[in-house]
Design a protein around this ligand. Structure first.
Ligand code: PEP
Ligand code: MN
Length: 278
């Protein structure tokens, strides 16, 4: 068991503070937004709707790790600029993925949280770079990584001096392909026991199916997750990436209400942002 992430080396839970939003404390948090930033209107429309529904943090990819090189790759810096603008407009902090060590400085300039995606979990130079950057890191589990490999990879980030790491289960590959991935909710209590780091769940990539996202979100909160990250699109049918797993804004609004109930049932609360102008 790696030492810096180990709960034995730090029995009290680590809380990562994102502009006044504590992740890993008694309250659960919601990260929502589109898979990819496609244009200004799509991002702003979605951002306003998720904010009004109760999301705490806005997500959106500007550099997309796509299976096919012919698929939409993201808007790059233009997307990061829209993200920063949407953050100012709604008051929500933002998270976006970094794919390459050469993008780290640029991405850090625009974002509050740096995301390292599933496909990059084994990219050790990128992990070291994230460990040196001064931003909190949302660190996703590799789709084929054991818990030990995942925690050793997280250790790389902590070793470089960055303690603000948020773990994120996003589904793993198994023999079954009836869903996009198999959302391994059993790692939530396991990671909470083994480490002091906050643990969130991404039920969108975990299932690949928007109709299944609400059930798995509620299950994740019930299992003890400190928050969820969910894909929402103002027009899922027109999405340039991950449309089938993206919630309609109205379904997201209902989900927030349900999260509130599940959180209450297990003695937690949903973090409420101070109302800011939209
Ligand atoms: C994402 O959250 O945008 C993403 C690409 O997810 P993952 O790395 O889990 O596939
Ligand atoms: Mn996606």
């Amino acid at each position: 068991m790696p030492s810096r992430v180990d709960r034995k080396s730090k029995p009290e839970a680590t809380q990562v503070n994102i502009s006044g939003i504590p992740i890993g404390g008694p309250e659960v948090i919601i990260i929502a937004g589109p898979c990819a930033i496609e244009n200004r209107e799509q991002l702003f429309e979605t951002a306003k709707l998720v904010h009004a529904a109760g999301a705490n943090i806005l997500r959106g990819g500007a550099f997309k790790p796509r299976t096919s090189p012919y698929s939409f790759q993201g808007l790059g810096e233009e997307g990061l600029k829209y993200l920063e603008e949407a953050s100012k407009e709604t008051g929500m902090p933002v998270v976006t993925e970094v794919l390459d060590t050469r993008q780290m400085e640029l991405v850090c300039k625009y974002t509050d949280i740096v995301q390292i995606g599933s496909r990059s979990m084994h990219n050790y130079p990128l992990l070291k770079e994230a460990g040196k950057c001064m931003k909190p890191v949302l660190f996703k589990r590799g789709m084929m990584a054991t818990v030990e490999e995942y925690l050793l990879a997280a250790e790389y980030i902590l070793c470089e001096g960055n303690q603000d790491v948020i773990l994120c289960e996003r589904g793993i590959r198994t023999f079954d392909n009836s869903t996009r991935f198999t959302l391994d909710l059993s790692v939530v209590p396991l990671l909470k026991r083994l480490t002091h780091l906050p643990v969130i769940v991404d039920p969108s990539h975990g299932t690949g199916l928007s109709w299944m996202v609400p059930a798995m979100t509620k299950a994740a909160i019930a299992a003890g997750a400190d928050g969820i990250m969910v894909e929402v699109h103002n027009k899922p049918l027109d999405a340039l990436s991950d449309g089938q797993q993206s919630l309609y804004p109205e379904d997201f609004a209902q989900l927030v209400k349900d999260i509130e109930k599940v959180a209450k049932a297990i003695g937690r609360k949903l973090f409420h942002h101070k109302q800011s102008p939209v």
